[in-house]
Design a protein around this ligand. Structure first.
Ligand code: NAD
Length: 242
């Protein structure tokens, strides 16, 4: 049986992540994945590399698609979540800095279509969270500090990844504190430090290229296509051989 092709909508297409996604889909197309439309807040050119471009106001006019990959800003999330629900299309979102209402729009969509949201689509960051959750219970009473660094344009702080790492630490009984640095063009660096008198453990993940997030999101999109409605976890999709 052949798997049907996955028609992708890229939401947040003119941004740093949007450019990365479109470049990877053009230069190393995942088998069976094709980009059918790109949406940005504003549009300068109608077609780029054969992909039709839509502004946020024109989103209702995008052609049929199977999964939207959203790396935009929180203000754009509700619109794409509603569109996915209306079109029976899956949603892969990596947009961070969401408030409660925006998180609820993801939950509402997940009752009608398959949805995955992750603060970090790299495999290394998923493994780091796992290591933190396993270390924390063994380091009861140690100080736990999460330090993240990103480029100067990043708006939310602490990063979504740092907050997810904080939850992983809390699940093991730690009480994490957060610190954020915004400098230069740093793609993303997260350090989780456990310290007590006389010793210290540092667990570090460094992303040096946005390609790792984009590859994870594209892989998640092709694995989300055709699934039942629900809110999926990254590990279920990326580590599930199905
Ligand atoms: P960016 O500012 O470079 O790009 C934002 C994009 O969103 C632009 O194309 C802009 O036109 C579009 N946009 C803004 N408001 C919109 C709206 N109302 N409707 C539709 N489109 C809108 O940002 P970026 O660096 O590409 O990051 C995008 C998001 O992805 C951020 O929230 C960032 O924290 C997050 N991010 C997540 C991961 C991950 O793995 N989960 C990795 C990197 C970045």
């Amino acid at each position: 049986m052949t798997t049907p092709a996955t028609r992708l909508l890229i939401h947040g297409a003119s941004g740093r992540m949007g450019h990365t996604l479109l470049r990877l889909c053009r230069d190393e197309p995942a088998p069976g994945c094709t980009v059918v439309a790109a949406v940005s807040r504003r549009v300068a050119q109608r077609v780029v590399d054969g992909v039709p471009q839509f502004s946020a106001h024109e989103i209702a006019g995008v052609p049929p698609f199977d999964v939207a990959i959203d790396f935009s800003l929180p203000a754009g999330l509700e619109t794409v979540a509603t569109l996915c629900a209306a079109r029976s299309a899956g949603l892969v979102s990596g947009t961070t800095g969401l408030d409660d209402a925006q998180r609820q729009s993801l939950e509402a969509a997940s009752r009608r279509v398959p949805v995955i949201w992750a603060a970090n689509f790299s495999i290394g960051a998923a493994v780091l969270a796992d290591l933190v959750a396993r270390a924390a219970p063994a380091l009861h009473g140690w100080d736990c500090d999460i330090v993240e660094q990103h480029h100067v344009h990043k708006r939310d702080a602490p990063s979504g990844t740092a907050l997810s790492l904080g939850k992983a630490a809390e699940s093991g009984g730690a009480i994490p504190r957060h610190a954020s640095l915004r400098a230069g063009d740093i793609v993303g660096e997260h350090t989780v430090q456990f310290a007590t008198a006389g010793e210290r453990i540092e667990l570090i993940h460094r992303a040096t290229s946005r390609d790792v997030f984009a590859r994870g999101a594209i892989a998640a999109a092709s694995r989300l296509h055709g699934r039942a409605p629900g809110h999926y976890a990254l590990r279920d999709l990326l580590f599930d051989p199905a």
